[in-house]
Each structure stands twice: as structure tokens, then as C-alpha cells.
Write a protein that binds this ligand. Structure first.
Ligand SMILES: NC(=O)C1=CN([C@@H]2O[C@H](COP(=O)(O)OP(=O)(O)OC[C@H]3O[C@@H](n4cnc5c(N)ncnc54)[C@H](OP(=O)(O)O)[C@@H]3O)[C@@H](O)[C@H]2O)C=CC1
Ligand SMILES: CC(C)(CO)C(=O)C(=O)O
Length: 293
């Protein structure tokens, strides 16, 4: 089978799903977009991408998933279970999650076969129904302990579509490292309504260190490598110093955040392990209180 004969499906065609689907379709693949509510109506009229590229595409979009060779899950973490239920009604092929947060692979795997993990630093947002391609990044896909055929297939499709993409054998470590970055930067910036760089201020960095330490304890118990974690968080804070985190943007727009699946998941796992995660609990509950305002 020719690679370009593969059918790719995007489950959740918001900012990052539309960007991935749009770039994959532009390189010649047949792409099916799954969307709902306002986004479904918008995409029926076409997908508009601006920013690092400019493209206007007619897309195949519906509310229901279809059979596909590869399905990319790009719903918010709190919608994962519902997405998995809908996908379980069709043959969705290899299932790749590019979501943020912890536990997405596990939640999808309860209902679906051939799930592989993923993590991406590409950046996109939607304004006035237009997808803004804000930043080129890197995407890692795969499993733990081995490089699977499914991960290699996804890597080929994404590379062919112009993505920096690598199949890896330590996807949990990569997912956890991004989650710890998000556990530090996202709630602190959302609560204080400040840009990412402010977490480097002395007082805030002392909170950051507690959040990282608690995350580290869980990671170590799960057998995940924690080398250089604090330095890695610091590096992202420096590189994205002028950014407004996604959680700050969600809070400002009155949207639900992914806090339960980032800091909240560290707290849940710590409880299960009988260890303390006070800093993560505090940040989780403060952000939840802000969501309820
Ligand atoms: N945006 C980015 O740059 C990046 C995002 N991520 C992660 O990717 C995930 C998605 O983020 P993002 O694209 O920003 O979020 P968006 O809210 O823009 O997109 C999610 C989309 O999924 C839709 N959706 C949810 N459930 C269903 C369903 N059952 N059927 C059809 N559509 C559904 C939502 O619809 P509705 O709005 O109606 O709920 C929404 O359009 C998150 O986990 C995020 O943290 C990771 C890296 C970068
Ligand atoms: C890396 C960071 C913190 C960049 O803003 C991010 O992933 C987010 O905002 O969700």
C-alpha cells in the first residue's frame, strides 16, 4: 500500500487537531475531521490556517468518527473518555494522542486497541474561527521499552507531512516531563495572570521546586527517569518567558482547564502511593476555585 493511500482521522478538530489535520491533508493524505458544535459548522465552510503558513482548505468533516488507518486524538484531556467511547464504535486503526496531561494513553486504551502515546510542542490557537499556526515544534510518538511498527508508521506519515517527528521507546518519560513543565508554569501563571517568565522570580521558583519535587517522587516510583527535570522546566520558562500559558488563556476566557489531568493527576497518584503532594494539591484547588467563579 502506498503511504498516501492511508486515511487519517482527527478526533477533536480544535486548534492543534486542525493544524495537524490541515498540514497532513496539504501533503496529500485523505483526512477526516471529527468536530462538534460551532467548530463543526465552521469546518463545513472550510479550514483556514494563518501564521507560519497560509492555507484555505475544503475538508471532510462530520460529528461521528469513521473507519481510518490512523486516528489522532486532539480533544482536551477531560473529553478523552467520551472520545474513546465514540471511537470504539468504528475501526479507528492506530490511535495517537497528542494531548497534554497525564493518563490519556491509559484512558484511551481502556476502550481502544493500538493506542500509542504522543507529545507535541507545536503551537496553535483559534481566533475568529481561524487556526493560527503559532510555533513549529517537535512531536514524539511511541511506546515504552520498544519502538513499535505502529509508531514508525505514524512517524512516516507525520514526517511526510512536514512535521519534526520521532518514534521513541520512552514515551511515558516524555509525557511526564511535559506534564511537569505544565504543572509548574500553567497554574502559577493562571492564578497570578502573568506571563510564563514570572515563575522564575525567586519566591515563585521556590513553589515551582516543590511542585517538581512532588512530581519527581511519583515518577521515581513509576520507574521513570527524572534526570535534569528542574533544569528542563527552567529552560522552558526561559524560552517561553513572554508567552501566556494555555491555562491562563482558558481562565481568562472562562473555559474549563486541564488542571485535573496535570497537577490533579500528580495528587491522585501520590494519594495512591501514600505520599504527600501538598503544593500540587494547593495549585489544583486554587485553579478549580477560579474555574467555578
Ligand atoms: N493548542 C496547542 O498549541 C496545543 C495543545 N495541546 C493539547 O492538545 C489538546 C487539544 O488542545 P486544543 O486544540 O488547544 O483545544 P481545543 O479546545 O481548541 O480543541 C479541542 C476540540 O475538540 C473538540 N471535541 C471534544 N470532544 C469532541 C467530540 N466528542 N467530538 C468532536 N469534537 C470534540 C472540542 O469541541 P468543543 O469546543 O465543542 O468542546 C474542540 O473543538 C489539549 O490536551 C491540549 O493541552 C498540546 C500541544 C499544543
Ligand atoms: C509550555 C507551555 C507552558 C507554554 O506556554 C505550555 O505548554 C502551555 O501553555 O500549555
Amino acid at each position: 500500500m502506498n503511504l498516501k493511500d492511508l486515511k487519517i482521522q482527527i478526533m477533536g478538530s480544535g486548534a492543534i487537531g486542525s493544524l495537524f489535520g490541515g498540514l497532513i491533508q496539504l501533503s496529500g493524505f485523505d483526512v477526516h475531521f471529527v468536530a462538534r458544535r460551532k467548530r463543526l459548522e465552521v469546518l463545513k465552510k472550510g479550514l483556514r490556517i494563518r501564521g507560519l503558513i497560509e492555507a484555505d482548505l475544503d475538508v471532510d468533516v462530520s460529528e461521528k468518527p469513521e473507519n481510518a488507518d490512523i486516528t489522532i486524538v486532539a480533544v482536551k484531556a477531560y473529553d478523552t473518555e467520551n472520545a474513546a467511547e465514540l471511537l470504539s464504535k468504528v475501526d479507528c486503526g492506530v490511535v495517537l494522542t497528542i494531548q497534554n496531561g497525564l493518563g490519556n494513553v491509559e484512558r484511551l486504551s481502556r476502550k481502544l486497541k493500538r493506542v500509542i502515546g504522543g507529545v507535541t510542542t507545536y503551537g496553535a490557537n483559534i481566533k475568529d474561527d481561524i487556526v493560527f499556526y503559532a510555533g513549529e515544534g517537535v512531536t514524539f510518538v511511541g511506546n515504552d521499552g520498544y519502538i513499535s511498527e505502529d509508531a514508525l508508521l505514524v512517524e512516516r506519515v507525520l514526517k511526510e507531512s512536514g512535521f519534526n517527528c520521532y518514534a521513541v521507546d520512552n514515551i511515558s518519560e516524555r509525557i511526564w516531563r511535559k506534564a511537569i513543565v505544565n504543572a509548574v508554569i500553567n497554574p502559577i501563571t493562571a492564578i497570578l495572570k502573568v506571563e510564563n517568565g514570572r515563575v522564575l522570580d525567586e519566591g515563585l521558583w521556590s513553589i515551582a521546586k516543590l511542585v517538581i519535587e512532588e512530581g519527581k517522587q511519583v515518577m521515581e516510583r513509576l520507574g521513570i527517569n527524572v534526570d535534569g527535570l528542574e533544569e528542563a522546566v527552567r529552560e522552558v520558562a526561559v524560552k517561553t518567558a513572554r508567552n501566556r500559558s494555555s491555562m491562563l488563556q482558558d481562565i481568562m476566557a472562562g473555559r474549563r482547564t486541564e488542571i485535573d489531568y496535570i497537577n490533579g493527576e500528580i495528587v491522585r497518584l501520590s494519594d495512591e502511593m501514600g505520599i504527600s503532594a501538598c503544593a500540587n494539591l494547593l495549585l489544583t484547588n486554587l485553579v478549580k476555585a477560579m474555574e467555578e467563579k
